[in-house]
Design a protein around this ligand. Structure first.
Ligand SMILES: NC(=O)c1ccc[n+]([C@@H]2O[C@H](COP(=O)([O-])OP(=O)(O)OC[C@H]3O[C@@H](n4cnc5c(N)ncnc54)[C@H](O)[C@@H]3O)[C@@H](O)[C@H]2O)c1
Length: 380
């Protein structure tokens, strides 16, 4: 694994818990952790249970005792590392967004196809039991034809103007702002649940244009490192409308300026026979409404998705004994490890990452040009 902070911790923990909760066909061995600072990476390896360290990812990829490369570094590193890993015949899991640009994403997709390795992108919210159950209801036709997909992904961790210019606020490192950081998750959920997006129109805004220099310090915290200021080169907020291939009407908002909302990742889907509604801040609940419920008692009701019937939930505790954020990574990495054991592809993979990247690019272009943009016209 390359990188060892926020996502490094989430992935390390998940690998360790897979054999604890699941009957997996293969058990991951935490063979080597890579980071640029030897002392810091050794401390992280000791804490998170990795057996050895490297300080250059190129050396890590050369190692013959490693089958899988896990990329949990900032977005501008994903393409170079993933392409080199594919060329070395390693299976790859990378964090989202896949890349900075459609062109990079296309090269990554080509590399994994050419070298025939298993690939995955870490859109972990697909793996919440309640989200999986919503997908099952849609696939079983319980909502009928889908009219609306409505998603918000709201955070507020950069609202203080003295919060520093972290990598997430620099276009050359992150690709985009709230759009690629959190909007990408909503796009992936939309594609997973409702299908492909055909066309978008968007607006975006950068509220705070300059910030003191500084670095991430774990989770979504950061430390100011200098009184010098630098320019914020990404969006702080984005909103867009989308037409899906199916005719579904999509509305989306992604912002890191929604005061009081820490990680409010939500969607509501309205179909001709019913609706589902989900919110990551109460991730075990799925709210459902069905038009064929008896008149007089109709209304949204809450399902606590901790029953055997709810995907993954049965691996843990008795019903009602809830699970949390870290479990989304356990489920995703369990699927990845199973796919490697079976030598088959899994999703979301680099094809999904590429398609999500096309949507991100269309949104950016639309916000810039104030126009509707066709997603597939960016295909190259
Ligand atoms: N799936 C999710 O919900 C989710 C959540 C947060 C972050 N992410 C994604 O995970 C990735 C990492 O984000 P994070 O929040 O863990 O970041 P972070 O800043 O907490 O950690 C980044 C790690 O990468 C290392 N690093 C930075 N630049 C490097 C370089 N050039 N070469 C080698 N190592 C380098 C840092 O030392 C650190 O260990 C990003 O792509 C981000 O978009 C995904």
């Amino acid at each position: 694994m390359i990188g060892y902070q926020f996502m490094g911790k989430a992935h390390s923990h998940a690998y360790r818990d897979i054999p604890f909760f699941f009957e997996s066909k293969a058990n991951p061995i935490l063979q080597a952790l890579c980071g640029r600072n030897e002392k810091a990476v050794q401390e992280a390896a000791d804490k998170m249970g990795w057996q050895s360290i490297e300080t250059d990812w190129r050396d890590l990829i050369k190692r013959e005792d490693i089958d899988v490369i896990d990329i949990v570094t900032p977005n501008h590193t994903h393409a170079e590392i993933a392409i080199a890993a594919a060329e070395a015949g390693k299976h790859i899991i990378t964090e989202k967004p896949l890349a900075l640009t459609v062109e990079e994403a296309a090269r990554m997709k080509e590399a994994v196809e050419k070298h025939n390795v298993i690939h995955m992108i870490c859109h972990n919210y697909r793996f919440v039991p309640a989200v999986q159950y919503a997908k099952r209801l849609i696939d079983d036709g319980r909502l009928g034809k889908i009219f609306h997909f409505r998603a918000n992904y709201l955070q507020d961790f950069i609202i203080d103007p003295s919060f520093p210019l972290i990598w997430r606020l620099k276009k050359e490192v992150s690709g985009s702002g709230a759009l690629g950081d959190i909007g990408a998750h909503s796009i992936d959920l939309a594609r997973f649940l409702v299908g492909e997006i055909d066309e978008v129109v968007a607006m975006s805004k950068t509220f705070i244009k300059e910030r003191p220099l500084g670095e991430m310090s774990g989770g979504l915290s950061a430390e100011v490192s200098s009184q010098e200021v630098g320019e914020v080169t990404v969006d702080d907020a984005v909103a867009f409308m989308a037409k899906f291939d199916s005719g579904t009407f999509g509305t989306f908002e992604a912002t890191r300026f929604a005061t009081g909302n820490r990680n409010k990742n939500t969607f509501e889907i309205n179909g001709e026979k019913g609706s589902v509604r989900w919110d990551m801040e109460n991730m075990n609940d799925l709210h459902v409404y069905f038009t064929d419920d008896e008149k007089g008692v109709q209304g949204f009701r809450r399902i606590l998705c901790t029953e055997e019937e709810h995907p993954y939930a049965g691996a843990y505790w008795p019903a009602g004994h809830i699970i949390g954020y870290e479990h989304t990574f356990i489920h995703l990495l369990y699927e990845f490890v199973e796919a490697i054991a079976d030598q088959r592809q899994v999703s979301p993979n680099f094809h999904d990452g590429y398609k999500n990247q096309l949507v991100l690019a269309a949104i950016e272009k639309s916000a810039e040009q104030k126009s509707w943009e066709k997603v597939d016209q960016l295909n190259n």
